[in-house]
Design a protein around this ligand. Structure first.
Ligand SMILES: Cc1cc2nc3c(=O)[nH]c(=O)nc-3n(C[C@H](O)[C@H](O)[C@H](O)COP(=O)(O)OP(=O)(O)OC[C@H]3O[C@@H](n4cnc5c(N)ncnc54)[C@H](O)[C@@H]3O)c2cc1C
Length: 557
């Protein structure tokens, strides 16, 4: 039987960093990933990674900006730890081989990002994620561990009150396999594909979050969904905040730099929730361009700067929108970008299930609270990936050998067998597209109570239809129809949690903006939503927010 001390699921930045930490603690480590590590969504990150390394900046300012950015829902003890680790983490990545862009004096170049009091975002042109992923992958490649590549986690095994391993689907051979583990770290990334208009890759389907939820882990703050203000109009490809950091301007259909009415001090560099609401308001009130969008202008920055600092953005605009950002404005609208919520963990990555840990975007520590600042997520994957790896290794040192039974994999094979043997039923892509339409249309930047209720009933109806999901393709090897069915099932489960949390939270905070409750309500709602899986859907309870030094204040930019 396959068995390891520590099984890390996911090979993005969080998973690789967790694996490295557990290997350094002398554990037998395996990584399970549905993708080649360098294809993880981390590699799509453009703008940069935050660390207060300059003389004029300070760790305290980074902490304050993050607390304020979170609209006071972030846990301040976790944020303090996180910001203190930032400098050493970036330096470590440089030592692993990541080549960052440089200032003329040779120091690390930094660009301004939204919601930050100083230019604090360190970058490698507009390919920061790929540069980090490459450096870490090379470092990890010097260690020995077992790699299960193109294996999909389908369930987490919890027996006798502790996690004892996972079941995964081997895409190449078309078989389900059990893998025993004393500790399992879920680093499976986001579930952005519950939306259709998203900057996330097609593989960001929340599989690990859903598997943890089914295994009894509580999900935290899932209603907080970040919409990035500037995604390309048709394709929703991200135009990094770095474009505004370099001096890009947002203009409405009348040519007005409208952010002066929403964030008079910092304009385009307000935090993402503020800028997204401003754009949607401009368009709804008839000040957008025909068809409903605004412009992001870079032309005044000049060809040399645009083409050197925003190389990838130039490529995306030219290839996918037929626009040259050197001479033309870029049509943009907000799109889903990041999940502040995820599997609830403490600073060490531990969940409420012993032996089950989580890190990266799949997890919620919580440092982003109700709204994440750009550049804080790449940092989160590395800081908390490492912590989860350390804690997983420690737990493995204490835990008894895992007990994994072939019946675990057989149960998963039987579940999927029913999907492939059905002669009629629902095709997964139809369910997925309907779910995405409901989430795009009814659970967006501004949330209307009737629309949320409608979304919940639509998602629940889709879940019922999913019980008769049918996989038409019966190929044994690389059956992507089957993968789609599994991923769609996971996303439907998570969509229900997102909507249920959004209905329950009768206030506006960070990215959760309720038109019927437009104000933040600290007296009632300064608390985390915790969702556990019940027989009839998510059961919500609430957990306190940790405070250290920062009293809640009104948030203005
Ligand atoms: C377009 C874009 C740009 C961004 N830019 C920035 C930025 O500039 N700065 C910043 O701070 N943040 C940025 N972010 C956010 C940040 O990149 C992500 O939050 C972060 O990289 C997530 O890393 P991760 O390791 O948690 O997950 P991922 O990188 O998504 O990795 C997930 C891993 O899990 C594996 N996996 C998933 N499901 C399964 C399964 N069922 N079985 C096995 N393996 C599985 C995948 O194979 C993959 O290896 C950006 C995000 C996007 C989408």
């Amino acid at each position: 039987m396959r068995s390891h001390d520590v099984v890390v699921v996911g090979a993005g930045l969080a998973g690789q960093r967790a694996a490295l930490a557990a290997i350094e603690a002398k554990r037998d480590v395996a990584i399970v990933s549905k993708l080649h590590p360098l294809r993880s969504h981390s590699g799509a990150a453009q703008g940069g990674i935050n660390a207060a390394v300059g003389k004029e900046d300070s760790v305290d300012t980074h902490i304050y900006d993050t607390v304020k950015g979170s609209d006071y829902l972030g846990d301040q003890d976790a944020i303090e730890f996180f910001c203190r680790e930032a400098g050493p983490t970036v330096i470590e990545m440089e030592h692993f081989g990541t080549i960052f862009s440089r200032a003329p004096d040779g120091s690390l170049a930094r660009r301004p990002f939204g919601g930050a009091a100083f230019p604090r975002t360190i970058y490698a042109a507009d390919r920061t994620g790929l540069a980090l992923l490459q450096g870490l992958y090379e470092r990890l490649g010097t260690e020995s561990f077992t790699m299960y590549e193109e294996w999909d986690l389908t369930s987490v095994i919890v027996r006798e009150g502790r996690c004892q391993g996972i079941v995964a689907f081997d895409r190449r051979h078309g078989t389900f396999e059990e893998i025993g583990a004393k500790s399992v770290v879920l680093a499976t990334g986001p579930c952005g594909r519950v939306y259709g208009r998203t900057t996330n890759s097609h593989t960001s389907t929340g599989d690990g979050i859903a598997a943890a939820y089914r295994a009894g882990a509580a999900l935290k703050d899932m209603e907080f969904v970040q919409f990035h203000p500037t995604a390309l109009l048709e394709s929703s490809i991200l135009i990094t905040e770095g474009a505004r950091g370099e001096g890009g301007l947002l203009k409405n259909g009348t040519g007005e730099r409208f952010m002066s009415r929403y964030a008079p001090h910092v304009l385009e560099l307000a935090s993402r929730d503020v800028v997204s609401r401003a754009i949607i308001t401009e368009v709804r009130e008839g000040r957008g361009f025909p068809g409903g969008y605004v412009h992001l202008e870079l032309m005044h920055l000049g060809k040399e700067r645009i083409e050197s600092r925003l190389q990838e953005i130039c490529d995306f605009c030219r290839t996918f929108a037929g626009i040259d950002p050197v001479t033309q404005p870029i049509p943009v609208m907000p799109a889903q970008h990041y999940m502040m919520g995820g599997i609830g963990t403490n600073i060490r990555g531990e969940t409420n299930v012993p032996g089950l840990l989580a890190a990266g975007e799949a997890a919620c520590v919580s440092i982003h609270g109700a709204n994440r600042l750009g550049g804080n997520s790449l940092l989160e994957t590395l800081v908390f990936g490492k912590q989860a790896g350390i804690a997983a290794a420690e737990h493995a040192g204490r835990a008894a050998a895992p007990e994994v039974r072939p019946a675990d994999a057989e149960a998963e094979a039987a579940r999927v067998g029913a999907m492939t043997s059905r002669t009629d039923g629902e095709e997964p892509q139809h369910l997925r597209i309907s779910m995405q339409a409901a989430m795009d249309g009814l659970v967006g930047v501004f949330r209307v109570p009737d629309e949320l209720t409608q979304a919940l009933s639509e998602v629940r109806a889709l879940r019922t239809r999913y019980e008769r999901v049918r996989v038409v393709d019966t190929s044994k090897s690389y059956n992507l129809n089957l993968t789609d069915a599994l991923e769609t099932g996971n996303m439907l489960e998570l969509a229900e949690v997102i909507v249920a949390g959004a209905i329950a939270r009768t206030e506006s905070r960070g990215a959760h903006s309720r038109v019927d409750f437009p104000k933040r309500d600290d007296a009632t709602w300064m608390k985390h939503t915790m969702a556990s899986r019940g027989p009839d859907g998510p059961r919500l309870s609430y957990a306190p927010v940790a405070y250290t030094r920062w009293e809640p204040k009104e948030r203005v930019y």
